[in-house]
Design a protein. Structure first.
Length: 264
């Protein structure tokens, strides 16, 4: 069942990716603002509509929760967390760092059991089924083997309301940056997690994230041999707004650096 779901999710994501590419760096893309720093485009909504309708038609007994507000509650075991365009700010500014993220959560398993992150610009499809490993375009991937946080490359992000939110990641950022080799702020949580899963980054942390940001990527990291938790090491939960994902080897060092700053 999970393999069938994963293949369908990949197909749907490619369809959504074609929609996004059709509007990328195009005058036809219309930008509007949810707030002064949180924007949305007509392509977010077109991608979400395509994904929502495709999934609901294929799996009418599954619950669907998407970033831009599409919802469908059902009695089945699975919940689909959909980000139709992760990295909207990048997309709206013509920066080729955005993705489609689809994570499928099983109520009975109490875990994400299938997930994909698709980068349409670079045509990179990251996918995983629980227990089967993580893959990029069909080739198995794994986390880095670096065990020294001092030479680690990490990724992170900041909330849209960083000017008014005291949990804006600035304290954590200031604490961690002097202890590592480098840091990247790429603008797509889903791609950051995919980057950890395939060894491009040694770790990633962020607060204020939503289930559609992290559900798929969390599975990729775990299936790639890494570790995913809350800031203090508790079990990852997609509805809790914080995540720490690493190659596993630097995880305890990251927990020490992040200690005392957990939401839970």
């Amino acid at each position: 069942m999970e393999q069938e779901i994963l293949l369908f999710a990949e197909e749907a994501a490619r369809g959504a990716g074609r929609i996004l590419l059709s509007g990328f760096r195009s005058a036809d893309t219309v930008v509007s603002y949810k707030s002064s720093t949180d924007l949305v485009t007509n392509m977010d909504r077109a991608s979400e509509e395509f994904l929502f309708n495709s999934i609901r038609e294929k799996y009418p007994d599954h619950t669907i929760i998407a970033e831009e507000g599409s919802r469908s509650s059902a009695a089945g075991d699975f919940t689909w967390y959909i980000d139709p365009l992760d990295g909207t700010n990048n997309y709206a500014h013509g920066i080729a760092q955005f993705s489609v993220s689809i994570g499928i959560y099983s109520q009975s398993a109490g875990a994400v059991t299938a997930g994909i992150v698709y980068d349409p610009f670079h045509d990179e499809m990251f996918s995983a089924n629980r227990g089967d490993g993580a893959f990029m375009n069909g080739v198995k991937i794994s986390v880095s083997r670096n065990n020294d946080i001092g030479v680690s490359i990490l990724a992170t992000g900041f909330p849209y309301d960083k000017a008014s939110n005291p949990n804006n990641n600035l304290k954590e950022f200031a604490r961690i940056v002097p202890k590592i080799q480098g840091i990247r702020r790429m603008g797509s949580a889903a791609l950051d997690l995919a980057g950890v899963a395939c060894g491009r980054f040694d770790g990633y942390w962020e607060a204020g994230v939503k289930p559609w940001d992290t559900a798929a990527g969390s599975l990729l990291v775990g299936e790639g041999g890494g570790k995913v938790t809350k800031y203090r090491g508790g079990k990852y939960d997609p509805v809790v707004p914080e995540i720490l994902a690493t190659n596993g080897l630097i995880h305890e060092s990251m927990i020490e650096l992040l200690s005392g700053n957990s939401f839970v």
